[in-house]
Design a binder for this molecule. Structure first.
Ligand code: HEC
Length: 119
């Protein structure tokens, strides 16, 4: 079922319903969907594994921050910071950041973890 079919299906119910329907379908498709907290924890695990030898990734990570590498806390604290912006920055890395072949899930979890540091 694509968006077009869904659109015709709930057409008379209006756009708001369509959006809710789309999210519900997305949610149902992800049978093993993790909670937000689990995704943040998973992001932290990934960060310790992949990012901690350059970035200070957070409390208790045993990380050594390198000079000129922003800590995740400072990245999260940037004005107007967003999940999308963080994801784009991870995807289009500046050297010497390695080109990690991250999945969409891994990327989102890392961004969720970084953004969780603002709280
Ligand atoms: C080899 C060292 C290295 C590793 C490993 C690394 N980074 Fe980076 N990262 C950097 C450096 C250096 C910068 C600053 C580059 C710049 O902005 O010019 C940076 C910048 C960033 C930024 C952008 C910060 C900004 O200015 O907005 C994000 C987000 C980021 N890293 C996330 C990650 C994540 C997530 C990982 C792990 C998946 C990771 N990095 C792994 C070195 C690294």
């Amino acid at each position: 079922m694509n968006f077009h079919t869904i659109g015709r299906f709930v057409g008379h119910l209006g756009a708001a319903t369509l959006i809710i329907a789309a999210f519900t379908i997305q949610g149902a498709a992800a049978q093993t969907a993790l909670t937000q907290t689990q995704r943040i924890e998973s992001g932290f695990e990934r960060a310790k594994q992949w990012c901690a030898h350059c970035h200070l990734v957070g409390p208790g990570a045993g990380a050594v921050a390198q000079i000129d590498v922003p800590s995740f806390e400072s990245i999260a604290a940037r004005p107007h910071q967003s999940l999308e912006n963080i994801e784009n920055r991870i995807l289009k890395p500046h050297p010497p950041m390695p080109d990690l072949q991250l999945s969409r899930d891994a990327l989102r979890e890392l961004a969720l973890y970084i953004m969780s540091l603002t709280r």
